[in-house]
Design a protein around this ligand. Structure first.
Ligand SMILES: Cc1cc2nc3c(=O)[nH]c(=O)nc-3n(C[C@H](O)[C@H](O)[C@H](O)COP(=O)(O)OP(=O)(O)OC[C@H]3O[C@@H](n4cnc5c(N)ncnc54)[C@H](O)[C@@H]3O)c2cc1C
Length: 336
């Protein structure tokens, strides 16, 4: 780190957007510090869907989450930023040091870390899964109820019931075909799925082969088991019929509750409840010197995708560098 531990740019969160910001800032010869609350790099991709394939990141027709994270890390860390893992950012304050206006960042482990600019790439902040509305649902944690598929091997030869109507539920109904016992039950409370049409079509085709059972419009009403999950009762909400289905892994993929945590109290203007308002032409927030990119950054028409976050990271890093140096913003190509 440069002079007296003052970083040019501090990056809050090491998901795909944070790693892209680290790359661009390093490429522009800025000193960079990354602070990440998880013990690992890669954000949602590493934490939620490491084994899922991603098809829509530019330049990668099909890439597994883990591989994408590895490549993002290789690119993002090549200028050797200072990396703090397992440290949650909690406070932000303006300070003046030797006549220079700086930002001071406090974490649960310490600080203050001084920086000339901050790029917030905190994704959804701290997030937790939505749970089924069944009494005592938390008692089944670690006993057969799952909220993520982190390792496919965990489900080898298991009888799985997957609940949800979005991409994750469909992705894992397809993704566990080579691992779990057939048929994999897919339960959704509506007739129509929200997931990608091609995934839904594939699941319906597998149903024809006895590899998937689709229950709609249905809800899981009860979990049965002695010590661990052994079966679930599934109710058809149109007919009222209830069927008990064998199950030793109940995987509920109903999305997440998320909140920005302390970041929401820093006086940054928000966009809705979950995002920090930025000017998309600079990615600067309403507080000078504080930028945001990726899922956490909001504006009218925002689409939360990895590719978009990486683009915003480039805008944020280049604007932060230009602002620190008092220069005009201009691209510097990475080619020799
Ligand atoms: C199941 C699923 C499938 C998806 N599939 C695709 C897909 O196919 N294609 C696609 O483009 N997108 C997909 N997405 C969305 C994609 O994962 C996100 O758009 C992307 O991860 C956002 O990157 P990010 O860097 O902005 O945030 P994140 O990946 O959320 O990373 C943010 C990081 O910030 C850290 N953090 C948060 N608060 C703090 C704090 N206070 N202090 C320190 N660290 C903090 C978090 O721990 C996290 O590691 C999918 C998402 C999910 C959930």
């Amino acid at each position: 780190m440069s002079d007296n531990g003052v970083a040019d740019i501090t990056i809050l969160g090491a998901g795909p957007a944070g790693l892209a910001a680290a790359y661009y800032a390093g490429h522009r010869d800025a000193s960079v510090r990354i602070i990440e609350s998880l013990e690992q790099l890669g954000g949602q991709v590493a934490a939620v869907y490491p084994e899922k394939h991603v098809y829509d990141v530019a330049g990668h027709p099909k890439i597994q989450g883990t591989k994408l994270v590895e490549l993002c890390a290789e690119q993002g860390l090549q200028y050797e930023p200072e990396v703090h893992l397992g440290e949650e950012v909690q406070s932000l304050a303006g300070v003046s040091e030797n006549g220079e206006q700086l930002l001071a960042i406090g974490t649960d482990k310490g600080g203050p870390y001084l920086t000339r600019a901050l790029i917030i790439t905190a994704g959804h902040g701290a997030f937790e899964p939505r749970k089924l509305g069944i009494d005592g649902i938390d008692d089944w944690d670690g006993r057969g109820v799952h909220y993520f598929v982190r390792e496919k091997e965990l489900f080898r030869d298991r009888t799985c019931v997957i609940v949800g109507g979005g991409d994750s539920a469909l992705d894992w109904t397809l993704g566990l075909q080579d691992t779990a016992r057939h048929p994999i039950a897919l339960v959704h409370r509506r007739d129509n799925f929200r997931a990608l049409e091609s995934s839904v079509n594939e699941a319906r085709a597998l149903e024809g082969q006895g590899r998937v059972r689709i229950f709609t419009p249905c809800e899981v009403r009860e979990i049965h088991g002695d010590g661990s999950v052994q079966a679930v009762s599934i109710e058809n909400t149109k007919t009222g019929d209830v069927e008990q289905v064998d199950c030793d892994a109940l995987i509920t993929l109903l999305g997440f509750h998320s909140h920005l945590g302390a970041i929401a109290d820093w006086g940054l203007e928000l966009h809705g409840k979950r995002q920090i308002l930025i000017d998309p032409t600079t990615c600067e927030t309403t507080v000078p010197g504080v930028y945001a990119a990726g899922d956490v950054a909001g504006y009218e028409g925002k689409i939360t995708l990895i590719t978009i976050g990486m683009g915003e990271a480039a805008i944020a890093a280049n604007n932060a560098v230009a602002s620190i140096r008092g220069e005009k913003v201009q691209p510097k190509y990475s080619t020799d």
